[in-house]
Design a protein around this ligand. Structure first.
Ligand code: AR6
Length: 169
Protein backbone atom coordinates (compact mmCIF):
# COMPACT_ATOMS: atom_id res chain seq x y z
CA UNK A 1 0.00 0.00 0.00
CA UNK A 2 1.43 3.34 -1.03
CA UNK A 3 0.28 6.37 0.93
CA UNK A 4 0.10 9.73 -0.82
CA UNK A 5 1.03 12.92 1.03
CA UNK A 6 0.79 16.52 -0.13
CA UNK A 7 3.23 19.25 0.87
CA UNK A 8 3.35 22.86 -0.24
CA UNK A 9 6.92 24.11 -0.59
CA UNK A 10 10.35 23.64 -2.08
CA UNK A 11 11.14 20.03 -2.97
CA UNK A 12 14.86 20.56 -2.34
CA UNK A 13 14.03 20.89 1.40
CA UNK A 14 12.45 17.44 1.65
CA UNK A 15 13.99 14.47 3.48
CA UNK A 16 13.16 11.36 1.49
CA UNK A 17 14.96 8.44 -0.13
CA UNK A 18 14.50 9.85 -3.62
CA UNK A 19 13.62 13.27 -5.03
CA UNK A 20 12.24 13.29 -8.57
CA UNK A 21 13.49 16.00 -10.91
CA UNK A 22 11.44 17.43 -13.79
CA UNK A 23 14.45 17.48 -16.10
CA UNK A 24 14.90 17.87 -19.83
CA UNK A 25 16.37 15.27 -22.16
CA UNK A 26 19.85 16.82 -22.07
CA UNK A 27 20.09 15.93 -18.34
CA UNK A 28 22.43 18.90 -18.05
CA UNK A 29 20.22 21.17 -15.98
CA UNK A 30 17.80 24.00 -16.62
CA UNK A 31 15.44 26.32 -14.79
CA UNK A 32 12.49 25.65 -12.48
CA UNK A 33 12.72 22.69 -10.16
CA UNK A 34 15.66 21.31 -12.18
CA UNK A 35 17.71 24.43 -11.52
CA UNK A 36 16.78 24.37 -7.83
CA UNK A 37 17.80 20.71 -7.44
CA UNK A 38 21.19 21.25 -9.10
CA UNK A 39 21.82 24.42 -7.10
CA UNK A 40 21.08 22.94 -3.71
CA UNK A 41 22.36 19.45 -4.56
CA UNK A 42 25.74 20.74 -5.74
CA UNK A 43 28.04 19.68 -8.59
CA UNK A 44 28.03 15.93 -7.86
CA UNK A 45 24.62 15.59 -9.53
CA UNK A 46 25.70 17.28 -12.77
CA UNK A 47 28.89 15.24 -12.78
CA UNK A 48 26.87 12.01 -12.75
CA UNK A 49 24.49 13.36 -15.37
CA UNK A 50 27.45 14.08 -17.64
CA UNK A 51 28.67 10.51 -17.15
CA UNK A 52 25.24 9.19 -18.13
CA UNK A 53 25.37 11.31 -21.29
CA UNK A 54 28.83 9.92 -22.05
CA UNK A 55 27.64 6.32 -21.63
CA UNK A 56 24.10 4.83 -21.95
CA UNK A 57 22.35 8.14 -22.66
CA UNK A 58 24.40 9.56 -25.50
CA UNK A 59 21.28 11.00 -27.13
CA UNK A 60 19.80 12.11 -23.84
CA UNK A 61 16.89 10.79 -21.81
CA UNK A 62 13.67 10.25 -23.77
CA UNK A 63 10.40 11.86 -22.71
CA UNK A 64 8.56 9.63 -20.23
CA UNK A 65 11.72 7.80 -19.11
CA UNK A 66 13.59 8.06 -15.78
CA UNK A 67 17.14 7.59 -14.54
CA UNK A 68 18.77 7.99 -11.11
CA UNK A 69 21.87 9.78 -9.88
CA UNK A 70 23.30 10.67 -6.51
CA UNK A 71 21.41 13.38 -4.61
CA UNK A 72 24.64 15.21 -3.77
CA UNK A 73 24.10 17.55 -0.82
CA UNK A 74 20.31 17.08 -0.74
CA UNK A 75 18.77 15.23 2.20
CA UNK A 76 18.03 12.21 0.01
CA UNK A 77 19.95 9.25 -1.34
CA UNK A 78 19.02 9.68 -4.98
CA UNK A 79 17.64 12.10 -7.51
CA UNK A 80 15.48 10.41 -10.13
CA UNK A 81 15.48 12.49 -13.31
CA UNK A 82 12.50 12.21 -15.60
CA UNK A 83 11.48 14.17 -18.69
CA UNK A 84 7.89 15.30 -18.91
CA UNK A 85 6.15 16.12 -22.18
CA UNK A 86 5.82 19.68 -23.41
CA UNK A 87 2.07 20.33 -23.43
CA UNK A 88 0.43 20.28 -26.85
CA UNK A 89 -3.10 21.49 -27.60
CA UNK A 90 -3.28 19.28 -30.70
CA UNK A 91 -1.74 16.02 -29.46
CA UNK A 92 -2.67 14.05 -26.34
CA UNK A 93 0.58 13.53 -24.43
CA UNK A 94 -1.01 12.29 -21.21
CA UNK A 95 0.46 8.80 -21.64
CA UNK A 96 3.94 10.30 -21.63
CA UNK A 97 3.22 12.24 -18.45
CA UNK A 98 1.81 9.10 -16.79
CA UNK A 99 4.94 7.26 -17.90
CA UNK A 100 7.12 9.75 -15.98
CA UNK A 101 5.43 8.79 -12.71
CA UNK A 102 5.38 5.07 -13.48
CA UNK A 103 9.01 4.93 -14.66
CA UNK A 104 10.21 7.01 -11.71
CA UNK A 105 8.54 4.55 -9.32
CA UNK A 106 10.05 1.64 -11.25
CA UNK A 107 13.53 3.17 -10.84
CA UNK A 108 12.74 3.83 -7.15
CA UNK A 109 11.89 0.13 -6.74
CA UNK A 110 15.14 -0.88 -8.41
CA UNK A 111 17.04 1.32 -5.97
CA UNK A 112 15.05 0.18 -2.94
CA UNK A 113 13.70 3.66 -2.23
CA UNK A 114 10.69 3.65 0.10
CA UNK A 115 9.87 7.36 0.20
CA UNK A 116 9.74 9.42 -2.97
CA UNK A 117 9.01 13.13 -3.49
CA UNK A 118 7.58 14.31 -6.82
CA UNK A 119 7.14 17.83 -8.18
CA UNK A 120 4.21 18.58 -10.51
CA UNK A 121 6.04 17.41 -13.64
CA UNK A 122 5.48 19.45 -16.85
CA UNK A 123 3.33 22.13 -15.16
CA UNK A 124 5.92 24.91 -15.36
CA UNK A 125 8.01 25.67 -18.43
CA UNK A 126 6.34 22.75 -20.24
CA UNK A 127 2.87 24.37 -19.71
CA UNK A 128 0.81 21.28 -18.93
CA UNK A 129 -2.57 22.41 -17.49
CA UNK A 130 -2.44 21.89 -13.74
CA UNK A 131 -5.82 20.20 -13.49
CA UNK A 132 -4.96 17.54 -16.09
CA UNK A 133 -1.43 17.09 -14.75
CA UNK A 134 -2.69 16.60 -11.19
CA UNK A 135 -5.27 14.03 -12.27
CA UNK A 136 -2.67 12.07 -14.26
CA UNK A 137 -0.17 12.22 -11.40
CA UNK A 138 -2.60 11.04 -8.74
CA UNK A 139 -4.27 8.36 -10.89
CA UNK A 140 -0.95 6.95 -12.06
CA UNK A 141 0.55 6.74 -8.58
CA UNK A 142 -2.65 5.18 -7.20
CA UNK A 143 -2.63 2.53 -9.91
CA UNK A 144 1.10 1.78 -9.72
CA UNK A 145 2.35 -1.52 -8.44
CA UNK A 146 5.33 -0.48 -6.37
CA UNK A 147 7.12 -1.16 -3.11
CA UNK A 148 7.38 2.58 -2.45
CA UNK A 149 5.59 3.19 0.84
CA UNK A 150 5.12 6.94 0.61
CA UNK A 151 4.76 9.23 -2.36
CA UNK A 152 4.94 12.89 -1.44
CA UNK A 153 3.76 15.43 -3.99
CA UNK A 154 5.60 18.67 -3.26
CA UNK A 155 3.75 21.58 -4.79
CA UNK A 156 5.49 24.89 -5.09
CA UNK A 157 2.52 27.23 -4.79
CA UNK A 158 -0.92 27.26 -3.25
CA UNK A 159 -2.77 26.88 -6.55
CA UNK A 160 -0.89 23.68 -7.39
CA UNK A 161 -1.35 22.41 -3.83
CA UNK A 162 -5.12 23.03 -3.94
CA UNK A 163 -5.42 21.41 -7.36
CA UNK A 164 -3.68 18.24 -6.18
CA UNK A 165 -5.73 18.27 -2.96
CA UNK A 166 -8.97 18.28 -5.00
CA UNK A 167 -7.74 15.29 -7.02
CA UNK A 168 -6.99 13.34 -3.86
CA UNK A 169 -10.47 13.85 -2.42
N1 AR6 B 1 10.12 22.72 -5.54
C1 AR6 B 1 8.96 22.18 -5.97
N2 AR6 B 1 8.36 22.54 -7.12
C2 AR6 B 1 8.96 23.50 -7.87
C3 AR6 B 1 10.19 24.10 -7.49
C4 AR6 B 1 10.78 23.67 -6.27
N3 AR6 B 1 11.93 24.18 -5.83
N4 AR6 B 1 10.52 25.01 -8.46
C5 AR6 B 1 9.54 24.98 -9.38
N5 AR6 B 1 8.59 24.08 -9.03
P1 AR6 B 1 9.29 23.24 -14.14
P2 AR6 B 1 8.56 21.41 -16.33
C6 AR6 B 1 7.34 23.69 -9.72
O1 AR6 B 1 9.26 24.40 -15.05
O2 AR6 B 1 7.31 22.16 -16.59
C7 AR6 B 1 13.41 23.08 -16.68
O3 AR6 B 1 14.14 24.13 -17.24
C8 AR6 B 1 6.75 24.65 -10.71
O4 AR6 B 1 5.98 25.64 -10.07
O5 AR6 B 1 10.37 23.15 -13.14
O6 AR6 B 1 8.49 19.91 -16.27
C9 AR6 B 1 13.91 21.72 -17.15
O7 AR6 B 1 15.29 21.71 -17.37
C10 AR6 B 1 5.89 23.71 -11.55
O8 AR6 B 1 4.62 23.50 -10.92
O9 AR6 B 1 9.33 21.84 -14.99
C11 AR6 B 1 13.15 21.53 -18.42
O10 AR6 B 1 13.77 22.17 -19.50
C12 AR6 B 1 6.65 22.39 -11.50
O11 AR6 B 1 7.63 22.54 -10.48
C13 AR6 B 1 11.82 22.18 -18.15
O12 AR6 B 1 12.07 23.16 -17.15
C14 AR6 B 1 7.34 22.04 -12.80
O13 AR6 B 1 7.88 23.20 -13.41
C15 AR6 B 1 10.82 21.20 -17.59
O14 AR6 B 1 9.57 21.84 -17.46
Amino acid sequence: MTTIELVQGDITRESVDAIVNAANSSLLGGGGVDGAIHRRGGPAILEECRKLRASQYGKGLRTGQAVATTAGDLDARWVIHTVGPVFSATEDRSALLASCYRESLRVADELGARTVAFPAISTGVYRYPLEDAARIAVDTVRAARTDVEEVRFVLFDERAYETFARQLR
